[in-house]
Design a binder for this molecule. Sequence first.
Ligand SMILES: *Cc1c(COP(=O)(O)O)cnc(C)c1O
Length: 396
Amino acid sequence: MTTLPRKDLFDLPEGMTYLDGNSLGPLPKALPARLDAMVRDEWGAHLIKGWNACAWMDQPARVGNRVGALIGAPDGTVTMGDTLSVKVYQALSAAVQMRPDRKVILSDNGNFPSDLYMAQGLIQQLGQGHELRLVDPEDVAGAITDEVAAVMITQVDYRSGRMHDMNAVTAAAHEAGAVMIWDLAHSAGAVPVDVAACGCEFAVGCTYKYLNGGPGAPAFIYVDPAIVGDIKPALSGWLGHDAPFAFDLDYRPGMGIERMRVGTPPVMQLTALEAALDAWDGVSMADLRAASMRLTDVFIEQVEARCPELTLASPRDAHQRGSQVSFAHEEGYAVMQALIARDVIGDFRAPNLIRFGFTPLYIDEGDVIAAVDVLADVLNNRLWDAPEYKTRSRVT
Ligand SMILES: *Cc1c(COP(=O)(O)O)cnc(C)c1O
């Protein structure tokens, strides 16, 4: 069994404490050489022949199986491509189609806005009187009535780290006859997930957060193999066709999960992701979860002891949260900027949260203590109270 952390697999800048792997994972050391080889020896040398010679066309399925292994999805049930927002749209349009007599899409007000925006766009496009109904996260299970066509929930809240019980919510959805869609953006590579055991119809997520695929890395979609054959894809691109190179004039969905492909796969990004996924070989998700709970517990305990101005904005019970911790502070933006200037990297989420991700692949308890040392200095000496920390950038 592999021990954690595995810092030697990552190219982390000297002197930096990186607590933002929940937003963008760091560079795996093996990635640049793999990408360089793909660009020069595959694309450069083979040109168009690379599609066959280098099996580029099979990448979405091949990489999908490796991501699937991290979320409890059997081989052949996950495919890769596009961004998460697009995969949310695909899952949701398919789910709504499965329940034509129901008009409610249920989500919670802790969901990431893009998921909600995609639902709003789909509803408008359908023009069939669907409604996006938002409830407080703790009220989701109770709000699943027989009006609900689809329940679309992000398991781990991007701001607070509060975590839904996938089995319980999925069971409630099925009890009421609704289709279940899980967004695993902050779960895949962060907490143990078993999509097959929970029985959800759809799961989607991204790979640039805990899976370290790099900025713009492709998203994944899982569909329960028992229902995938009945789905009529809304985004009916040629590579989801049963025979793309027959160039038929009419769309006919491909076999199984292949139909959730849309267009040409992002070969360079998938190559990068494939290299990044090697860091997971031999890692037990149970060990990772235990390490993550320990790191977040130590962080909370240390911050509360040394930074009394901060208010915990995440669940106190480690079983109730994912792999991130947030604290509220009126001047959160400036506090985070002051931290970043001192090489402790987290991020800020409006209106007042400073957020820290804990990634046991490359973060250990020493990093947690080092980060709290800097945070305590910034707060207790009001180092954040300087004009240069108060001008907002486009990405926070
Ligand atoms: C990160 C995240 C996204 C981002 O979507 P992209 O299309 O990849 O930009 C969407 N939804 C959730 C829940 C996220 O956490």
